[in-house]
Design a protein around this ligand. Structure first.
Ligand code: HMG
Ligand code: MG
Length: 312
């Protein structure tokens, strides 16, 4: 792919919805993913196989995977925290293979695993230390790859931890390197709290790119402080060509009190197109979907670009 193309990873159906208090009907989740699958997006994170006691909203992910209309050109990764989650997914995949002789894709071909750069966030999100979380991923990545699944890795709290405050770039560098060595094909750097600024993001990226090739990195910027677009663009300026975002800016993290959604997909696509990058994404279509899902959830549309386009 050319250097002027940026891959958008749409995380709205997972990161965007996981923090909603009332359980969203499976039909709405499925309709959201199906609509997003027609916009030119190539990756739509569709749910997670985590403990339903920890994140009740994602308990229906198996049903979502079974019901979506998969677009053959789109990947539908899901989050997996441990071997138990992966076993559940693998069992689902084996019980529902594509019909023999068909060219249909499997339910999914990719998982995402996640660790943190902060000890207290690791404890809050995964109930273990950073070291333990990395050890626990060894069998997860091995089994996933044995089953033919690609593995993406996330690092949370790359700028600030909601409990500990600022995180040293060297911490982020070390855990990103660990995910790379485990065999993650891509490592997404999460500003979970959204406090990053162009300078702190750049400092963090300088540390990480000294040990992980920039082609393997992605930016995952939450927009709590309104810095999501500029921080994502700083990442692109540093050579990153994969940006995570959420339609209508949906979301918040259950273990990061007060954190709002990811950078809105509409906003970052508008900014990238304006800078001469291609994304392959139909911005107007996306804005329609952002308006639709916001009204389904009874929330204001958090995308400024989406609001502007819908007002036209
Ligand atoms: P634990 O309580 O220490 O787990 O949680 P455990 O192994 O002791 O098991 C406790 C119970 O959970 C048992 O059930 C297990 O079977 C069950 P019981 O015997 O009590 O009935 N269990 C599971 N059930 C379903 N699926 C599973 C699973 N695993 C155990 N996979 C655990 C440890 C990792 C499970 C828990 O902490 C957890 O699920 N954490 C996930 C939290 C989460 O999903 N956070 C949001 C996603 S990460 C994020 O948003 C950040 C990101 O966007 C980047 C950024 O912005 O920074 C990616
Ligand atoms: Mg996130």
């Amino acid at each position: 792919t050319s250097r002027s193309h940026v891959k958008i990873v749409e995380v709205g159906p997972r990161d965007g919805l996981q923090n909603e208090k009332s359980i969203i009907p499976t039909e709405v989740k499925v309709e959201l993913i199906d609509k997003l699958g027609t916009t030119g997006l190539k990756v739509i994170e569709s749910g997670s196989f985590v403990s339903p006691k920890w994140v009740p909203q994602m308990a229906g992910t198996a049903d979502v995977l079974l019901q979506i209309k998969r677009n053959p050109g789109v990947r539908y990764p899901v989050l997996v925290p441990n071997v138990k989650g992966l076993d559940t997914l693998v069992d689902l995949l084996e019980r529902h293979p594509p019909p023999a002789g068909s060219s249909e894709p499997p339910l999914t071909d990719e998982i995402a695993v996640f660790i943190a750069a902060s000890e207290s966030f690791s404890k809050a999100n995964l109930n273990c230390s950073i070291g333990e979380s990395i050890d626990r991923l060894v069998p997860v990545v091995r089994l996933a790859r044995f089953k033919g699944l690609r593995v993406r890795g996330y690092v949370s709290t790359v700028i600030t931890c909601p409990y500990e405050g600022p995180i040293a770039p060297e911490k982020v560098r070390d855990v990103a390197k660990a995910l790379h060595q485990l065999g993650c094909y891509e490592i997404s750097l999460g500003d979970t709290v959204g406090t990053g600024t162009p300078i702190t993001v750049e400092n963090m990226l300088n540390a990480v790119t000294s040990v992980v090739p920039v082609e393997k990195l992605a930016a995952h910027m939450h927009d709590t402080y309104g810095m999501g677009v500029v921080n994502s663009l700083i990442a692109v300026k540093s050579g990153i060509r994969t940006v995570d975002s959420s339609v209508a800016g949906l979301g918040g993290c259950p273990y990061s009190p007060g954190a709002t959604g990811n950078v809105a997909t509409e906003d970052i696509v508008h900014a990238l197109h304006g800078a001469g990058y291609t994304t392959g994404v139909d911005l107007e279509g996306l804005a329609e979907i952002g308006g639709w899902i916001s009204s389904q959830l009874g929330r204001p549309n958090s995308s400024r670009v989406g609001q502007a386009l819908l007002a036209k």
